[in-house]
Every structure is written in structure tokens, then in C-alpha cells.
Design a binder for this molecule. Structure first.
Ligand code: DAH
Length: 339
């Protein structure tokens, strides 16, 4: 029995020496010391020994077990060290390798322009309102005092979903939606997408962006409109910019005007950019038509207001010197990376 145990010890140590990994070592441990392990089997067979032999063999068996455990522990430590060294070598970072370039995104020029416009109007006390891009004919035309036969209502100009629903052609319907919900004083801007049945070219796109403005209160006059737009234009295009009002017609304002600004390239002297006129067309505006106020239940005898609407794409193109509106929507990174 003793011989058998010693042989087992010898065999176990050899196996330990041959094991190359923690996994292999664990297998050796199970092979000898596990529940069905070889040493365990031997110990189980002790029942057949005589009473004198049993303690002697038991002692030897314990010594053998401890000896195997010890060599297992030592080998384990050794292998762990080797494995750790290999792991560290494999994971070593070569600090001389060139790094991976992280591309930092940036805002689309339209978003940059819009942020600037919003900042200017928010600094003047305006709040930002939103309205739907899929709009009803009522909000886009009727409530804004557009006659049944107004040319912009034509199928050739407007995308109709059905007789009553369209893609909005302007941000002006938000004026009506806001006035239905809020009572004066009202001071809002509303930026957003608009759609018209236009064939794309350098200055037209079937989808484009506008920014609407609306102020309604007691005693609002054309002077307030002029003052507001003057502050806006100077902030957006530069301090020496001047504006002029040209008479115009919009169904929802009376009187209506188109507003031009002195060309920010030549300061009004005339250059190729402003087609030698010294002026650049900026936006439409006017005093809110009494019919529009009546349509939302605001008494035009008590309240008055002004409104304006500008093409964001156009303003951004002017500001950044972009000569084709299609560039804004093609998402060509070579173009966008310039801003
Ligand atoms: N909605 C007009 C357009 O698309 C622009 C406009 C003009 C808006 C005058 C206004 C305004 O609020 O008062 O051409």
C-alpha cells in the first residue's frame, strides 16, 4: 500500500511538472485529489486494511496528499507568473505607433446660421414656437387672408396631400396657431421647413427653410417693426448695415413691405455680388392684417402687430458666400467640412 502511495506521489509530481497552464494544472489536481481522483480511490480502499495498518497508511496518505498539494501550489504560482508576463507582453502599448484620427463633427451651415438667428431674436425677448410641416389649407392660406384664387394656392405651386392638407409653403401658419393659443402680448419666432413645387436650380429648392416672426400687443406700430429689424440686421450682417422698406403685397399684412439691406460686401457702393445695386433683398414684413387678427378672435381695434418672414437658406448663402442652394442639401462632406 505504501509503495502504491509513493508511486502515486511520484506520478503526480511528474504530471505537475508537465502541466503548462493553469487549466492543465487543474486537470492534474482533479485527476489525483478530486472526488474520483486516484488518491481518493486509494483512501477509500483503506477499509480493507487491518486496525494496525490503518493509522500508518493513513499517515502516509496524508503526507502524500500534502506533498502533491504543495507541488501543485508551487507550480500554480510559477505558471501564473509566466502567464502574466505573456499577457503583459501581448497587451503592451507601442506609444510610438501613430494614433487613430478622431473626426470631430460640426454643425451644418444652416444650423449654424439658424442658431445665430435664434440667439439674436431671443436676446430681444422672442420665444421660439413650432408648427407642423404637414399643414391644413386653412392655416396655410385661409386664416392668413389668402383669397381663394391666390396664385400660391395653385397645384403648380403647392404640394397637396388632399384638398384640405398640404405641405406648408411658408412658416406664416404658425402665426395663426400661436395666436389661437396665446393671448397678447405675443413675441415669437418660428423657424422651420417649407415646401413648394419648384424645380431645383441654383436659387430654388422644393424644400427650404424660413424663419417667421410675430409681435402682437397694444400700440404696436410700424416703428416697432423697423426698430426690431434694424437691430436684427446690424447684429446679423454688421453694425454699419442700413435697411430700406420697399412697398409690397402680402395677403396677411397691411401695409406690407420687402426689406433690403445695404450689401455687406461693398457697403452699398455697388459690386457684382449685389448686381451693382448696393442693396440685397432680405425679407418680407408688414403690419398684421386686421382680418388675420379677427380670424383668431383678437380685436384689431384694441391690438395691433407686426410680422416678418425670411428665407434662412438665402441668408446663410449670403453670409457664407454660397452660390447654389442645392449645395446645402447634397451632404457632400467636401463642401460641409468648410464650415
Ligand atoms: N410668408 C412670406 C413668404 O413666404 C414671407 C412673409 C412676408 C412672412 C411678410 C411674414 C410677413 O410674416 O409679414 O413669402
Amino acid at each position: 500500500m505504501e509503495q502504491k502511495l509513493r508511486a502515486l506521489e511520484e506520478q503526480a509530481k511528474q504530471d505537475v511538472n508537465e502541466a503548462q497552464s493553469t487549466d492543465a494544472l487543474e486537470k492534474v489536481r482533479v485527476k489525483y485529489l478530486g472526488k474520483k481522483g486516484e488518491l481518493t480511490q486509494v483512501l477509500r480502499g483503506m477499509g480493507s486494511l487491518s486496525a494496525e495498518e490503518r493509522p500508518i497508511v493513513g499517515k502516509i496518505a496524508n503526507v502524500v496528499r500534502e506533498s502533491i498539494e504543495k507541488s501543485l501550489d508551487q507550480a500554480k504560482l510559477h505558471i501564473k507568473n509566466i502567464e502574466m508576463t505573456a499577457k503583459l507582453e501581448a497587451e503592451a502599448i507601442d506609444v510610438t505607433m501613430p494614433g487613430k484620427e478622431t473626426k470631430i463633427g460640426r454643425k451644418h451651415p444652416l444650423s449654424q446660421g439658424l442658431d445665430e438667428l435664434k440667439d439674436i431674436f431671443i436676446s430681444m425677448g422672442f420665444k421660439v414656437a413650432e408648427g407642423p410641416e404637414v399643414e391644413t389649407v386653412y392655416y396655410n392660406f385661409d386664416a392668413l387672408n389668402a383669397a381663394q384664387n391666390h396664385p400660391s394656392r395653385d397645384m403648380r405651386d403647392t404640394f397637396y396631400i388632399n384638398d384640405d392638407v398640404i405641405l406648408r409653403t411658408q412658416t406664416s401658419p404658425v402665426q395663426v396657431r400661436v395666436m389661437e393659443k396665446m393671448k397678447p402680448p405675443i413675441r415669437i419666432i418660428s423657424p422651420g421647413r417649407c415646401f413648394r413645387n419648384d424645380t431645383p436650380d441654383a436659387t430654388h429648392s422644393p424644400m427650404f427653410h424660413q424663419l417667421e416672426g410675430l409681435v402682437v400687443d397694444k400700440g404696436i406700430t410700424l416703428a416697432d417693426l423697423k426698430g426690431t429689424l434694424e437691430v436684427f440686421v446690424k447684429k446679423f450682417l454688421g453694425d454699419h448695415t442700413q435697411i430700406k422698406f420697399r412697398p409690397h403685397h402680402f395677403p396677411f399684412t397691411e401695409p406690407s413691405a420687402e426689406i433690403d439691406a445695404t450689401c455687406f460686401k461693398c457697403n452699398g457702393d455697388g459690386c457684382p455680388f449685389c448686381k451693382k445695386s448696393g442693396w440685397i433683398e432680405l425679407l418680407g414684413a408688414g403690419m398684421v392684417h386686421p382680418n388675420v387678427l379677427k380670424n383668431v378672435g383678437i380685436d384689431p381695434e384694441v391690438y395691433s402687430g407686426f410680422a416678418f418672414g425670411m428665407g434662412i437658406d438665402r441668408l446663410v448663402m449670403l453670409k457664407y458666400g454660397i452660390d447654389d442652394i442645392r449645395l446645402l442639401f447634397e451632404n457632400d462632406m467636401r463642401f460641409l467640412n468648410q464650415f
